[in-house]
Design a protein around this ligand. Structure first.
Ligand SMILES: [Zn+2]
Length: 258
């Protein structure tokens, strides 16, 4: 029903607003309980009416009302993305299963957005986000799947990229993947299982190489620029978890080539 969907979208946009506070506070190790939001440039306290998800950004035209410094456009995008996602994932019935699956979907999508924003800006994936995802995924598979499914998935998610990184290090003396990427794969492996995590590693590396190659051709980056890898892992995971049929089509395409 549309009323519930709007309600869910408003809730989603509020989660988005919370994510923006997290993406600002986690990398600088500032507590989330640490007082009201301030403008990072001029320390002006942000009024409640300047903190309304989506609308405040439009109303303030993306600038602090005091010092006119720019509010990152990612703040607006995160709130809009959360609202749209929540709108389309509104539970269709009132049941415990529907509520749990809503909570799961919202939490996974929110964590993915947080990883994209933080990794693009700071080139890290915080442990806190990886641990949150690992707990979430473990909770959802532990009763439904055999322990071999999640145990092997998680182990491959960590060991396979770790092995490749080590080999790369031996060959070139450089660290390729970050520890945050490997931990993220470990968490995802719990949920995706063996086959899913191998698929994720292959496709996110493929996507990463294509994008990095494109950026190099257009001289946006050179060989030495470190490219955050988290967003690629997250984009592939997003399709695997929420739109598996897209991955299925892609598999068919890949196999028809070989
Ligand atoms: Zn300001």
């Amino acid at each position: 029903m549309i009323v519930w969907q709007i309600f869910s979208a408003v809730f989603g946009s509020m989660i988005g607003s919370f994510l923006n506070a997290l993406s600002y506070r986690i990398p600088v190790r500032k507590s989330i309980a640490d007082g009201r939001s301030k403008c990072p440039q001029c320390d002006k306290l942000i009024h409640w009416y300047e903190n309304i998800p989506i609308f405040s950004y439009i109303f303030l035209r993306g600038k602090c009302s005091e010092c006119k410094s720019r509010i990152p456009w990612s703040y607006f995008l995160v709130e809009v993305a959360m609202a749209i996602f929540a709108f389309f994932h509104t539970p269709s019935e009132l049941s415990r299963e529907a509520a749990l699956s809503y909570f799961f979907d919202i939490s996974v999508f929110a964590s993915f957005l947080l990883i994209i924003v933080i990794d693009l800006k700071h080139k890290i994936i915080p442990n806190k986000v990886n641990i949150f995802l690992a707990i979430l995924f473990f909770g959802s598979v532990v009763l439904n799947k055999s322990y071999l499914y999640w145990l092997l998935g998680g182990a491959i998610g960590i060991l396979f990229p770790l092995g490749v990184t080590y080999l790369f290090y031996l060959l070139k003396g450089q660290i390729g993947l970050g520890g945050g990427d490997i931990k993220l794969w470990g968490a995802l492996g719990l949920f995706l299982g063996t086959e899913g995590i191998i698929q994720n590693i292959s496709y996110s590396c493929l996507l990463g190489s294509l994008v990095a190659g494109g950026l190099m051709i257009f001289k946006v980056v050179d060989r030495k620029t470190p490219i955050p890898f988290g967003p690629f892992i997250v984009v592939i995971s997003f399709f695997q978890i929420f739109f598996p049929e897209v991955i299925g089509e892609f598999n068919k395409m890949i196999f028809s080539f070989s």
